[in-house]
Design a binder for this molecule. Structure first.
Ligand code: ZN
Length: 325
C-alpha cells in the first residue's frame, strides 16, 4: 500500500509474512536528479513483490535512487542486495553495516548461540537453532558496498535536507534522519507508535537500555512535528510518545526488581514472570521468536540494573544469574 504522507514523500507498506510486526514502512522520497528510498522489508518473496509493484506504481528506477538503511535488522535491510544497482549509493552506519555486510555468515549470528546459553533459554528447553530466527532467515545476501554515515552526515534529496542522528539502543548503530527546517524525523525503529521497540541484550558488555534511554533524550531535545516511523502509524506527538516509552521502561525495571526479590535468577526465569503485552498468557505457549525477544528484553533490563550497581552477576556453566547486591 502506498500513501503520500508529505510533499514528495511516499510511505510504502511492505508486508512481513507471519510476523507480529505485520509490515515495515519504507519511505520513498522523490528528488530532482536522485531519489531516496529508506528501509526495505525482509529478503522474502512477499516483501519483494510488494516493493517491486510499489516502485512500478511510483515509476521509480533504482538507477536514479539511493538507499538509506536505518539499522541492521532484516525487516529494514533485507532487500538491499536485491534493490541495489551499480549506480545506487547505500548509506548505513558503520557498526550496523558491519553486521549486515556479513549476511548469514556474520559474527552477529555466532554470538546468538552464546546468548541462548547465557540467558538460560537452552536450560529452559529451547532448541539451539538459528534457522528459525526471522532476522537470519530473511537477511540480505552478503554486501560490502556501503557508504558509511555517522553523526551529522547530511543527505539532501529534493527540498529535504536530512541530518544523520546516532540513536543507538535498538541496534548498536541505529540512525534517525532529521530535517530541522521541516521539523521532520524519520525514526526507523527508535520511536514507534503503539508498539515499544525491542531493546535486547545479546552479550554482556554494553548497556543497551541505557544507550536507548539516552538516545530518546537526544530526540526529546529536538523540535519535531512529524515522525515517520519504521512500523505502524505516523506520530504527531513526538514528545508525548517519548515520555510513554521512558515510562514503559521505568515500569519494566521496577517489575524486574520485584520479580527478583531476594532470588538469584537467569534472564529466562525473569522473562517468564514479566508482564508482556501479548494475547498468549502462558510462557509455555509463547512462539519461539517471542521467547527470544522477551528474554533479550529481560536481559537488557537486568544488565542496566547491574550497570547502575543495583544487581550483581554470577555465572554457572555459562549461564548468567542476576541477584540484588
Ligand atoms: Zn523493524
Amino acid at each position: 500500500m502506498i500513501e503520500q504522507v508529505l510533499p514528495d514523500i511516499f510511505k510504502i507498506e511492505i508486508p512481513l509474512p507471519k510476523n507480529p510486526l505485520r509490515a515495515t514502512n519504507s519511505y520513498f522520497i522523490r528528488g530532482n536528479e536522485r531519489n531516496l528510498l529508506v528501509d526495505t522489508g525482509f529478503n522474502c518473496e512477499e516483501s519483494r513483490q510488494a516493493m517491486v509493484s510499489a516502485l512500478q506504481e511510483l515509476n521509480v528506477r533504482m538507477e536514479n535512487t539511493d538507499l538509506f538503511i536505518t539499522h541492521l535488522h532484516s525487516d529494514h535491510a533485507g532487500l538491499l542486495s536485491f534493490l541495489v544497482t551499480p549506480e545506487t549509493t547505500v548509506w548505513m552506519s558503520e557498526p550496523d553495516a558491519y553486521v549486515v555486510g556479513g549476511g548469514q555468515e556474520s559474527a552477529h549470528w555466532k554470538i546468538f548461540s552464546r546468548f541462548l546459553l547465557n540467558s538460560g533459554l537452552i536450560a529452559d528447553g529451547i532448541e539451539n537453532t538459528i534457522e528459525r530466527h526471522p532476522g537470519y532467515r530473511y537477511a540480505p545476501e552478503r554486501f560490502h558496498g556501503f557508504t558509511t554515515v555517522e553523526e551529522g552526515y547530511v543527505i539532501k534529496v529534493g527540498s529535504y535536507c536530512f541530518k544523520c542522528l546516532e540513536t543507538k539502543g535498538h541496534t548498536p548503530g541505529h540512525i534517525c534522519l532529521y530535517d530541522q527546517e521541516k521539523k521532520l524525523l524519520l525514526s526507523g525503529d527508535h520511536i514507534l507508535d503503539k508498539i515499544t521497540p525491542n531493546i535486547t541484550l545479546w552479550q554482556l558488555g554494553e548497556d543497551v537500555l541505557g544507550n536507548y534511554l539516552n538516545s530518546l533524550d537526544r530526540i526529546a531535545a529536538l523540535d519535531v512535528e512529524v515522525v515517520l516511523p519504521g512500523h505502524r502509524n505516523i506520530i504527531h506527538d513526538c514528545q508525548g510518545r517519548i515520555n510513554e516509552l521512558k515510562n514503559h521502561h521505568q515500569a519494566r525495571l521496577a517489575n524486574v526488581l520485584d520479580i527478583l526479590g531476594s532470588q538469584r535468577l537467569t534472564g529466562t526465569q525473569v522473562a517468564k514472570q514479566m508482564k508482556w503485552d501479548l494475547t498468549i498468557k502462558e510462557w509455555h505457549d509463547f512462539p519461539w521468536g517471542q521467547k527470544l525477544f522477551a528474554v533479550g528484553e529481560a536481559m537488557s533490563h537486568l544488565y542496566h540494573l547491574f550497570q547502575q550497581g543495583v544487581l550483581q552477576i554470577t555465572c554457572d556453566n555459562d549461564v548468567f544469574y542476576f541477584q540484588k547486591r
